[in-house]
Design a protein around this ligand. Structure first.
Ligand SMILES: *[C@@H]1O[C@H](CO)[C@@H](O)[C@H](O)[C@H]1NC(C)=O
Length: 179
């Protein structure tokens, strides 16, 4: 009986530990998810990008490490740039994969990496303090950028077609840079 309870406790602990995972973020739920006081890592990827696929297991491993570290409050998300062109535009994603760090609505890009440790230390060693945040008009949280995202979601057909054109162009641009 004692062992049964122990086994049950172990199973519960496993469930609790594995529940946290990389959060899928979309154009629609981005604003609801990213609070002013939140700290986030977000990976921008596309299904056709080989480097993104290679990074994925390491990114997930980094998420698991962070969830068990003293920085477990940091949330880890991912954005598919093909299905979420609004966020890709808003963050000026020009290379895939791109990982950004968000804290106090300040956005910083990580150097391109395929190493789990680079992702973890950017947060736990607070390496982000040495990186300039995107500021002014290119900040994803500036008024103009917010309006952009808004136009994507609510805009009339004309505005949307203009932005779709831009999105196609952007998709090729990204393709080009994704080695
Ligand atoms: C955001 O929306 C997408 C698409 O509806 C969904 O798959 C995802 O789980 C949502 N993310 C969260 C954290 O609710």
């Amino acid at each position: 009986m004692k062992y049964l309870i122990l086994l049950f406790a172990v199973i519960l602990a496993c469930l609790a530990c594995c529940k946290a995972a990389v959060v899928q973020i979309t154009d629609e739920n981005f604003t609801d998810l990213i609070g002013k006081d939140d700290e986030w890592l977000i990976d921008f990827y596309a299904d056709w990008c080989g480097y993104c696929k290679r990074l994925e297991p390491k990114y997930h491993a980094a998420e698991r490490m962070l969830s068990k570290s003293s920085h477990s409050h940091v949330k880890v998300g991912a954005v598919n740039v093909e299905t979420n062109p609004g966020l890709a535009a808003r963050f000026f994603v020009s290379r895939l994969p791109t990982i950004v760090h968000i804290k106090d609505h300040q956005v910083r890009s990580l150097k391109p990496t395929q190493r789990e440790n680079d992702i973890i230390s950017f947060v736990t060693m607070e390496e982000w303090r040495d990186v300039e945040p995107k500021s002014g008009l290119i900040s994803p949280f500036s008024l103009l950028q917010r309006k952009d995202g808004w136009i994507y979601r609510q805009g009339g057909e004309k505005v949307i077609s203009l932005f779709t054109m831009d999105t196609h162009w952007r998709a090729y641009w990204i393709l080009d840079l994704c080695h």
